[in-house]
Design a protein around this ligand. Sequence first.
Ligand code: MN
Length: 252
Amino acid sequence: MGKTYVCSDIHAHADVLQEVLSMMAADDRLYMIGDAVDKGPDGMEALKMLIADPRCEMLLGNHDLMMMQNYECEMHRDEVSILKRDDIFFRWQILNFGNHTWDALMQESDEEQERLMSYLKSRPLLKLLEVNGRKFCLVHAAIPADYPLDDLHDLYLDTIADEKYPFLFNWKSDFVWGRYVTKLPGYTVIVGHTPAQYRGDEYILQDGDDWYDIDCGLAYNEDSSKLALLCLDDMELRYIPIGKKAAFSDRR
Ligand SMILES: [Mn+2]
């Protein structure tokens, strides 16, 4: 029986992901808890690696959702209001430098674009699992404060469906944007999304032994940026340093 690893916020650093995959045994598992794309140099490559490797399971992050939302808006241009389209375009492509990711996605064939988006649509927002008798809740950012915690189970995009546009979803959901500690009784909650560097730190943040933020800032493309790899079998942490940096930076 292999080991179960968790990492977050690869943010287009395909070389760092490759390093993690090469360290893992054939029967290990890796949960990447969101944000495969944006900020770093090779977003499409990182996403394709996660899809291709059967040891990997990816959850959705806000950047993955922004890309999907932008794609869906383009595919349904005539059906979506210009305000809605502009909202996502501005938030993603202007404020979050998603224009680099969009350009890379548009370099792919129509079939490949559809394959990548279909994969993302099938990904969970929240995943519960048990390792060595310990229960874990994986989510990109937070469990929304108003979400009923009794009978919590693996959650998918239908949880945040948009009532007006059935092919869209609420991409501003706290599942992928929340920056607050959420605890789930009986579980160890593991999130990413808020980089250690955002707090002026470099390493993972813990709140007791039942909440971990493991994002160590690959998004920032800085010397201190690294990936935290957490083994759920023994809670051992490893840090993998940043490799290739993006040619642009959006540290503001
Ligand atoms: Mn994020």
